[in-house]
Design a protein around this ligand. Structure first.
Ligand code: ZN
Length: 431
């Protein structure tokens, strides 16, 4: 279990001692719970989690924990599922965020000599402006592009000699493809790319890195907790260091809420230690990852979380084993001849869990490839496909001459009829 540092406990106690006075949201949420008395990690872990829907219910400014005179800005989540979440920031919050973001750049080897090409969006989003403030604090030159207009992006990139690209993985790939298509790679000066906000596969990562000739860094963050920049990968490429002097990180079992030991995959839960405008206690991110045990070879003492495995909504149980999309990705990327696009379908039919994996292969020897996938699945995930062969009821596989599919079926309990299939589909190679 991740050790709560003494300083973190002190900060948490300090936050909790006044939270009910400062925040109407937490005053209502905690009711009779006397959080001001909490003085140990064990007690802290009994405090109820804060969830996204509660933040939505607090729309518009129900999370604000300081007087209006202290709020200098708001940001908002995109609100794809309905009401957006509004996060108010004080001057200090903006400053703290920039401090964290500057650290990210430093960890990625960016200096004040660099020219930072920012393509994430500006506006209500936390993306663009977060990348900008951190780079300015570092003293680098910011090129505040925002997304879109590929012609202009590439022109500015060449004319100004951008050395650092900040982008989502899909946009970085799009730019990489355009650069290759136009044959202008020798005019591009990029050395590093800071990539954020989406889960992306290893094959896509390798492609962006090789086509742009850059070193890639994964940046982590979410609007509810400042924005991007609360953690980043280092040169060791073994997870992302997170700034645990500003935030406290826990991994919980998304079903039971129990805190999990280091190294075990679960849901990331974050507590803000210094946030003024909208402090959050035990906030459930719904991101699946694990805390990487031990010290990083780079020497940094900051806690590491693994590259995101997926979202809790994507977690499925087959044969009693929890499976995350990222694990399938890991299996497939290590089998030669398999494309980076795949689809997993989980079906519950007559009391049986049926997992069908679709992937594409350019190889003639499908049987061999299926056997290899099966072997890796067994090693990594612990389940096997009993009949790795072209499935008879697989229309999609038959439609495409290069597609392959294998199915695992398990019987459990009495027949429960047909339920809606759980399906996740990840395109990690090309769009
Ligand atoms: Zn490191």
């Amino acid at each position: 279990m991740v050790n709560m540092k003494e300083q973190q406990l002190e900060q948490i106690m300090k936050v909790l001692s006044t939270i009910k006075d400062r925040s109407e949201f937490y005053r209502n949420k905690y009711g009779n719970i006397d959080v001001a008395k909490i003085s140990s990690k064990k007690d802290f872990e009994k405090i109820p989690f804060t969830d996204k829907y509660e933040l939505r219910e607090a729309y518009p400014l129900g999370l604000q924990a300081v007087p209006d005179s202290e709020i200098v800005r708001i940001h908002s989540s995109s609100g794809t599922t309905g009401t957006p979440i509004i996060i108010p920031y004080t001057k200090q919050d903006i400053e703290d965020w920039a401090v964290m973001f500057e650290r990210c750049y430093r960890m990625a080897g960016v200096t004040n000599e660099d020219r930072v090409h920012v393509t994430p969006g500006y506006g209500l989003w936390t993306a663009g402006i977060g990348f900008q403030n951190g780079a300015e604090r570092l003293g680098a030159m910011v090129i505040p592009m925002g997304p879109g207009n590929t012609d202009k992006q590439l022109k500015m990139m060449m004319d100004l000699g951008s050395t650092v690209l900040c982008a989502t993985s899909s946009y970085a790939l799009l730019l990489a493809e355009e650069i290759a298509k136009r044959g202008i790679i020798d005019k591009i000066k990029l050395k590093r790319a800071v990539i954020g906000s989406e889960r992306w596969g290893e094959k896509m990562r390798r492609r962006i890195a090789s086509e742009l000739g850059v070193k890639l860094y994964d940046i982590y963050g979410l609007t509810e907790i400042y924005g991007p920049g609360i953690g980043i990968s280092c040169d060791c490429e073994d997870g992302m260091h997170c700034w645990d002097d500003f935030l406290y990180f826990e991994i919980i079992d998304p079903k039971t809420g129990k805190v999990l030991p280091d190294g075990t995959v679960g849901e990331l839960v974050i507590t803000t230690l210094r946030k003024e405008g909208a402090p959050l206690i035990r906030y459930r991110t719904h991101d699946l990852t694990r805390i990487i045990p031990g010290k990083c070879k780079c020497g940094s003492e900051f806690v590491r979380i693994d590259i995101l495995t997926g979202r809790t909504d994507d977690m499925v149980k087959v044969k009693g084993v929890n499976i995350f999309p990222g694990q399938v990705d890991e299996v497939l990327r290590d089998v030669d001849g398999v494309s980076s696009e795949y689809q997993v379908m989980i079906d519950h039919l007559n009391g049986k869990d049926i997992l069908t994996l679709f992937f594409e292969t350019g190889s003639e020897d499908k049987a061999k490839i299926e056997e290899n996938v099966n072997q890796k699945f067994k090693e990594r995930i612990g389940i096997t496909f009993p009949e790795p062969s072209l499935s008879a009821n697989c229309r999609e596989a038959r439609r495409s001459p290069t597609a392959s599919s294998i199915t695992v079926t398990e019987s459990h309990g009495s027949g429960c009829g047909r339920e809606r299939p759980h399906l996740f589909k990840v395109y990690s190679g090309s769009r």
